[in-house]
Design a protein around this ligand. Structure first.
Ligand SMILES: Cc1cc2nc3c(=O)[nH]c(=O)nc-3n(C[C@H](O)[C@H](O)[C@H](O)COP(=O)(O)OP(=O)(O)OC[C@H]3O[C@@H](n4cnc5c(N)ncnc54)[C@H](O)[C@@H]3O)c2cc1C
Length: 498
């Protein structure tokens, strides 16, 4: 008799969603997490009286969350105390000027029209098109397995309306945005999602254009920090018998005759189960935990050819003052040309960007309990390659953090550097060490077209029977709503095939 029906490796949101839903399906499920905390890239820790998030900074594209909690016999609103975020973001342009976008689509159109009336109209047209895409795709494409071309074709046959959105699959993010918007300032104000998916606008798939609209369907911050999301998933799963063990590192997946049979922990303990769901990076899973000897040559070649996604250094600061920001998110933006230039130039040479463009998240704007009374928290997220020539992430992280705070004080948030009580810098090396994610990848694998949909590692392994994938390395990819969708897909596949 195997010890469990299913073993899940990793307690990120993808693994916990899959684990909780499979428990509700009546399976005896064990989740093994190597760290002492659940949540992976969606977690929260305390330092000096401040609560800091580790990665993801708010909830948006709420449908997968709602479906997950419905599938667990409850509702998102019953399980999480959510504070709506409005305005959705402030933008600080390279010349220091600012702009604020409210959640309302119509009010945003008015703001854009003041800069360019033609783009104001284009925004409404774009919002209609992308809103329609989200309504169609979220319950179909986003929540369906795309293990192969047959799956992909079925999705389009089931809902031929999706064909209308073909340009989002065939064009780049930059082509889509420049197609709709003509004014450079408007383009700059809407161009950040390319960066969130870890690709320059010229290479990011057009489908990421939906991120420039998604916030207008709502964004929320959970009370107590982002760890509230994985905690709620664990709590709901435990109602149906889910077992989650932290501090348990999986060393190997046991495989016999190309069939998963359980796992071996770092201390040598063997735990058996006929089904293994992996929530860890797919390259690590196949090449280290399973081993090349168990893979057919084509799978070996395929897995090796993937590149891991970008990382994102995060500077968490506790402040003895309220920063002059008036939204949960502030984007220190750059033009698409500059982003492309950096990607194809300095980044390839292993240099950090000259300018600080990135995201400043202000959690105490939405939830004052994240800091002692009268104090505030900022999470500053930037793109930053793992391999950087000019600095050693371990040796120079304090100096890196201080330099970024000084730059931000000069360009965007005057006074910031003078009010820091606590600073904690999380570098790509820190993510790699703490979460065992290669190169600190925040989205599993690259999110370009050749690593998307049918080309991403399949949710139901094609090489190893009884092995399933949930999380950023499989369809629909990295980001919280996607990994929750992937957890639902994995649970459904296990239910169908095992
Ligand atoms: C700085 C940063 C900012 C981000 N911002 C956003 C955002 O604003 N919006 C958004 O949607 N997304 C954002 N993301 C991305 C998002 O957080 C991740 O894509 C998502 O949380 C990944 O979830 P996952 O289920 O794939 O697993 P992960 O969160 O990667 O968790 C995997 C878990 O597996 C564990 N593990 C690894 N190896 C083993 C092993 N051998 N044995 C046992 N356990 C193991 C790890 O410790 C980890 O807990 C951000 C991420 C970061 C880091």
């Amino acid at each position: 008799m195997p010890d469990y029906d299913v073993i899940v490796i990793g307690a990120g949101c993808g693994g916990l969603t899959a684990g909780a839903v499979m428990s509700k399906q009546g399976r005896n499920v064990l989740v093994l997490e190597q760290s002492d905390k659940i949540g992976g890239c969606c977690s929260t820790y305390e330092r000096g009286g401040y609560r800091f998030d580790v990665g993801a900074t708010l909830l948006e594209i709420i449908v997968p969350y709602e479906i997950a909690f419905e599938r667990l016999g409850t509702t998102l609103k019953d399980e999480l105390e959510l504070e709506p975020c409005d305005p959705v973001y402030n933008i600080i342009f390279p010349d220091g000027s600012r702009m604020t976008y409210p959640a309302s689509i119509e009010e945003k159109a008015e703001i854009i029209s003041r800069i360019s009336p033609e783009d104001g109209k284009a925004w409404l047209e774009y919002a209609r098109y992308i809103g329609d895409f989200m309504r169609t795709a979220l319950r179909g494409f986003f929540l369906s397995p795309v293990n192969n071309m047959v799956d992909m074709t079925k999705i389009f046959l089931k809902d031929p309306h999706l064909l209308k959105f073909f340009p989002l699959f065939s064009k780049s993010f930059e082509e889509i945005m420049r197609g709709y918007f003509k004014n450079e300032r408007v383009q700059d104000s809407l161009s950040y999602p390319g960066k969130f998916c870890g690709q320059p606008p010229a290479l990011a798939p057009g489908i990421f254009a939906f991120l420039s609209y998604a916030e207008h369907e709502g964004t929320w911050f959970p009370k107590g920090g982002m760890i509230a999301v994985p905690e709620a998933l664990q709590r709901c799963g435990e109602r149906y018998g889910l077992e989650v063990r932290t501090g348990q590192q999986v060393d190997k997946v046991m495989v016999r005759d190309r069939r998963a049979e359980g796992v071996v922990l770092a201390d040598g303990t063997e735990i058996t189960a006929p089904v293994v769901v992996s929530n860890i990076n797919a390259k690590v899973l196949y090449l280290e935990k399973i081993g090349e000897e168990h893979l057919p040559w084509l799978a070996r070649y395929g897995v090796k050819s993937y590149r891991v996604s970008v990382s994102a250094p995060m500077i968490n600061v506790g402040l003895d003052w309220r920063p002059p920001l008036d939204a949960h998110h502030t984007l220190i933006t750059e033009s698409m040309d500059k982003m492309n230039e950096y990607w194809f130039g300095d980044m390839r040479k292993g240099l950090l960007p000259e300018e600080t463009f990135g995201l400043v998240c202000f959690p105490t704007f939405s939830d004052p309990s994240m800091a002692p009374e009268g104090h505030h928290v900022l999470n500053i997220v930037q793109s930053g390659p793992y391999h950087v020539k000019e600095i050693d992430w371990d040796r120079d992280k304090q100096a890196y953090g201080e330099r970024q705070l000084e730059r931000l004080s000069e360009k965007a948030i005057p006074g910031l550097a003078d009010h820091v009580e606590v600073m904690d810098v999380l570098t790509p090396r820190d993510y790699e060490r703490r979460l065992l994610t290669p190169e600190g990848a925040i989205l599993g694998l690259d999110m370009d077209l050749p690593s998307s949909t049918v080309f991403r590692p399949a949710a139901r392994s094609k090489s190893i029977k009884g092995l399933y994938l949930a999380g950023a390395s499989t369809h629909p990819g990295g980001g919280l709503p996607s990994v929750i969708a992937s957890g639902l897909i994995a649970a459904d596949l296990v239910d169908k095939y095992e």
